[in-house]
Design a protein around this ligand. Structure first.
Ligand SMILES: *Cc1c(COP(=O)(O)O)cnc(C)c1O
Length: 354
């Protein structure tokens, strides 16, 4: 990549192995079910998360939407974190296109809804209320610094769902980051949910796509929902080929991204002008805040990182920043970020990093 881009892991480019696989992929018309590369990706993805079937979709947003449309009907209710991606950052798709009524609940420091609140959110059987239908969970939890939530939380969510006849869908956009950080097989997390979406782009570096996984019957419904929103693709094997490389070659190495994020958080925490909690950094993401006492404004901070070191951070409209690590960010890039930040923030003394 031509820049050191910490804005998101979505900016990651496909690897040379992916470009190669894309060029050589056997393809067919996937709407006829005839693209062997798409079929292979869907089977591989389903196997990795312990589900019967998979569906290749254009984005995580489309995967979550297709899941919700397949699981629910107009007037159904969905309990969901009030800072979750599905509730806050998917254009309200569940309500706009599905007529699903979200019931947003606050989440804790790690992105977990209070279990008693989830239970209390089950509506009484009464015509005043939406139908009880869905619980939507997310792992890792983006709004909480990509925190990887332990499976026992999902087991308890599962229990509440089973007691009340509800379905659980997981937005696992960064499921593999969570699994690697927790040192678990992803199945240990996804065994507690009925369906899961995860991104092949982001940290896994594929240029496009996510996979939605669940039971064969559910995936058949989700395939219809994907068609409904215009997401059925034809020779999609060109993209699925990169997804296969993502799942076979790019998962284990996410640990490097996590180490880089941790390193960055620890070094930034040494600077008096920055407020960081390195202990919360478990995956490839960190939030930090520019203190009021800093010698620069947020906009100046962002501009100088860009001008002086070609390091890219998002906006600078508030004092709070997010930095995300990925395959195209090396340890030397983290060190450059630290050195440049120290210079901009006029931190005195010996630089502890190379
Ligand atoms: C990125 C992301 C998605 C899906 O985003 P797309 O850009 O539509 O692929 C969903 N949930 C979370 C938590 C995400 O970070």
């Amino acid at each position: 990549m031509d820049r050191i881009d910490f804005r998101s892991d979505t900016v990651s480019w496909p690897t040379p192995a992916m470009r190669q696989a894309m060029a050589n992929a056997p393809i067919g018309d996937d709407v006829y079910g005839e693209d062997p590369t798409v079929n292979k990706l869907e089977a591989l993805a389903a196997e990795m998360v312990g589900k019967e079937a998979g569906l290749f979709v254009a984005s995580g947003t489309m995967g979550n939407l297709a899941a919700i449309l397949a699981h629910g009907r107009r007037g159904d209710g969905a309990t969901v974190g009030n800072d979750s991606h599905t509730f806050r950052a998917e254009a309200g798709g569940m309500a706009v296109l599905g007529g699903i009524v979200p019931n947003p609940l606050p989440t804790d420091l790690y992105g977990r809804m209070d279990l008693a609140a989830v239970e209390a959110a089950v509506y009484p059987d009464d015509p005043h209320y939406p139908n009880n239908r869905l619980i939507l969970v997310e792992n890792s939890y983006g709004a909480k610094g990509g925190y990887p939530i332990e499976p026992d939380y999902f087991q308890q969510i599962r229990h509440i769902a089973d007691q009340n006849g509800l379905i659980v869908h997981m937005d696992g956009a960064r499921l593999f980051n969570a699994a690697v950080a927790l040192n678990l097989n992803p199945k240990e997390i996804t065994q507690h949910v009925d369906s899961v979406t995860f991104c092949l782009s982001k940290g896994l570096c594929a240029p496009v796509g996510s996979v939605l996984c669940g039971s064969a019957e559910f995936i058949q419904q989700a395939r219809r929902a994907r068609k409904l929103v215009g997401g059925a693709m034809r020779q999609a094997g060109v993209m699925a080929a990169a997804g296969i490389v993502a799942l076979t070659e790019m998962v284990e190495r996410l640990a490097d991204d996590h180490a880089h994020a941790k390193m960055l958080a620890e070094r930034l925490a040494e600077m008096p002008s920055l407020i960081v909690q390195p202990e919360l950094v478990k995956t490839n993401m960190l939030y930090f805040e520019l203190a009021e006492s800093a010698p620069v404004t947020p906009k100046q901070f962002v501009r100088r990182l860009r001008d002086e070191a070609n390091i890219w951070l998002s906006d600078g409209y508030s004092r709070r920043f997010r930095a995300v690590t990925h395959y195209w960010i090396q340890e030397a890039d983290v060190a450059l970020f630290v050195r440049t930040a120290r210079a901009i923030l006029q931190v005195e003394g010996r630089c502890l990093t190379r």
